[in-house]
Structures are given as structure tokens and as C-alpha cells.
Ligand binder design. Structure first.
Ligand SMILES: [Zn+2]
Length: 136
């Protein structure tokens, strides 16, 4: 065991690897996600309007760990979900070490944008218009 308390910077990360929060396929199944992407890697359990944000909630398959999923919440803008509002929620290594929206949040956003009409219908999201632009 190394003296972890004394280590700073990248070495500290190597000494205490972050354990991502992962869900098994059975656990994911328990959430009854009503939508899955054609490749099965993104599963969406809900889409809710939360103030100025459209929250897309579900699971995204891990690339490095077969059969395991990240729980992901992607806060999207009312521009049809094109903009990611903030960094979203995902407890993967990338979010932990880099902070910015990780590829799982991006994957979920892309699946929402591609399947917007169907998802809005499925989860009873009222049809959203693009906000009027304020130009002069
Ligand atoms: Zn992630």
C-alpha cells in the first residue's frame, strides 16, 4: 500500500482508482425502461420537463465493462434537446476526473434528438417549440 495521503495530482488518481457506479443488465431491467436504442446500448426510463430543462433519464452501456450500464441523466435544452445544460449526471470515471459532460451523457442526448417525437409521445412530454430568438 502506498502512502495515499501524501500523493497529489495524477499519481493520486492511480493510487486510488475511482470506482464507477455501474448497474447490471438485471438491475437495469428492473427500471422497466420503455425505450431502448436500436443497438440496445441506451435505455430511457423517463423524459421529464423540469423548469427550463428537459431531463432524459436512463442507462447507457459501459464501453469497457461488458453487460454493465451507467445511470445517466442528461439535462437538455428546450431547443429540441440539442443543447446539454450543464454537465449532466453520470458516475463514470470520465465525469469524476474531467467534470465535463461525458460520452454517456452525449450518447443519451444523441439518442433523444434522433428519437425525439417517439420519446415525447412515449413519456407524455408536451410538444415543445424552439424558444423564440431575441434579436433586436
Ligand atoms: Zn459517463
Amino acid at each position: 500500500m502506498q502512502k495515499r495521503a501524501a500523493i497529489r495530482g495524477p499519481e493520486a488518481q492511480a493510487a486510488t482508482p475511482y470506482q464507477p457506479d455501474l448497474f447490471t443488465k438485471d438491475e437495469v431491467r428492473g427500471f422497466g425502461c420503455r425505450f431502448r436504442s436500436s443497438d440496445g446500448r441506451v435505455r430511457i426510463s423517463n423524459v421529464v420537463v423540469d423548469g427550463p430543462v428537459l431531463m432524459v433519464i436512463g442507462f447507457v452501456a459501459s464501453d469497457s465493462r461488458r453487460g454493465l450500464y451507467h445511470h445517466v441523466r442528461a439535462p437538455l435544452g428546450m431547443d429540441g434537446g440539442r443543447t446539454i445544460m450543464g454537465q449532466g449526471y453520470c458516475r463514470c470515471e470520465s465525469t469524476h476526473y474531467h467534470g465535463r459532460p461525458c460520452k454517456h451523457v452525449l450518447n443519451m442526448r444523441n439518442v433523444y434528438v434522433r428519437n425525439r417525437d417517439r420519446l415525447n409521445w412515449l413519456f407524455g412530454v408536451p410538444s415543445l417549440r424552439t424558444s423564440p430568438t431575441i434579436d433586436g
